[in-house]
Design a protein around this ligand. Structure first.
Ligand code: UT7
Length: 324
């Protein structure tokens, strides 16, 4: 029997309209555009307004991907949505989006792998397609991380933004996704986390204690080291070497981390998709937003090889090597 691959038919994305620049942040927190840009590469981020949700952004990104693919929502077999910031505790945001798209009846679930959520979701979707279980799958990464930001804490509030991206995958005889690698190490929980919730309980603090806690410097070091070995592992799994890659589409947390990974792969920055300057860190939204930006701007073309990677709380880390 011929091998089945999952192939990206089309991409879509959505950002909140409201933009918060580094200069805007300077007005209410002790920071500067110079500090933020030199340490992270960020110039601005998109931020949701009151009432705007992860599901809103996810639905818009998904509809744009479906339109670009020429696929009707009713033809989907599966929806997987990576998020750490679901609209409500349940039903899952994937179910909320499914209903709004009119795809009722197909399987739909969320994946919480922090910033690696979209790449995890892509890896799972690929297995459903390869096994013959699903033919058309919608994969989304969507977040409203600024809902968990303490706007008085300069160490974290300057880093995050909101947004969503989506891809429509189809079963194909041609590659397709060559390899995906998914990993986690829960031993690093305390370096990047949000320690409140339904079962543990909420705190008697502003926003019920819902707030990102991060040891930035430590996360930075582990991220660089882990991504180094992840890209090696992914190339091996796909049976390729770095010279066969056309584009690196990395998680957009920090330009210095991105540059370190590119250097490891011997790829010039001209072959790296960078959106961190405009979007900041949108967690699960970051990789599919960067991918959609790269496709719609004409940078990424059919037949090119893309390496997607992400690293986030957990720690989790994940990658996908695919032919677009
Ligand atoms: O997406 C999931 C993964 N997350 C990440 O990948 C984030 C990884 N970490 C990072 O990107 C970087 O560690 C940060 C951007 C968070 C911080 O950069 P850094 O170069 O590691 O800075 P630092 O934390 O070592 O802080 C340096 C100084 C400190 O002052 P002192 O102690 O040297 O006097 C901070 O208090 O910068 C100060 N600082 C700030 N100053 C102005 C921290 N935040 C700010 C700020 N504005 N926003």
């Amino acid at each position: 029997m011929a091998q089945i691959y999952s192939r990206i038919m089309a991409t879509g994305s959505a950002l909140p309209e409201r933009v918060l620049t580094n200069a805007d942040l300077e007005k209410f927190v002790d920071t500067s555009d110079e500090w933020i840009h030199s340490r992270t590469g960020i110039r601005q981020r998109h931020v949701v307004v009151e009432g705007e949700t992860t599901g809103d952004l996810a639905t818009l990104a998904a509809q744009r991907a479906l339109d670009a693919a020429g696929v009707k929502a009713a033809d989907l077999d599966l929806i997987i949505l990576g998020t750490t910031t679901p609209d409500i505790i349940f039903p899952s945001t994937a179910c909320l989006v499914q209903h709004r798209l009119g795809a009722n009846g197909c399987a739909a679930f969320d994946v919480n792998a922090a910033c690696s959520g979209f790449v995890y979701a892509l890896g799972i979707a690929d297995k459903f397609i390869r096994s013959g279980q699903s033919k058309k799958v919608l994969v989304i990464g969507a977040e409203t991380l600024t809902r968990m930001v303490d706007w008085t804490e300069r160490e974290t509030c300057v880093l995050f933004g909101d947004g969503a991206g989506a891809v429509v995958l189809e079963a194909s005889d041609e590659p397709g996704i060559y390899a995906t690698c998914l990993h986690a190490d829960g031993g690093h929980k305390e370096l990047l986390y949000n320690p409140v919730g339904v079962s543990v309980g909420f705190k008697d603090e502003p926003n019920h204690g819902v707030r990102i806690r991060m040891s930035g410097r430590e996360v930075f070091k582990v991220a660089v080291k882990t991504l180094d070995s992840l890209v090696e592992e992914t190339l091996n799994a796909a049976g390729m070497d770095a010279s066969q890659l056309d584009w690196l589409i990395p998680h957009q947390a920090n330009l210095r981390i991105i540059e370190a990974t590119a250097k490891r792969l011997n790829m010039p920055m001209e072959q790296v998709i960078v959106t961190v300057d405009k979007h900041a860190n949108t967690s699960s939204g970051s990789v599919p937003l960067a991918l959609d930006f790269a496709v719609r701007s004409g940078k990424v073309k059919r037949g090119q090889n893309l390496l997607l990677e992400a690293f986030g709380g957990g720690f989790t880390w994940a990658s996908a090597l695919l032919r677009y």
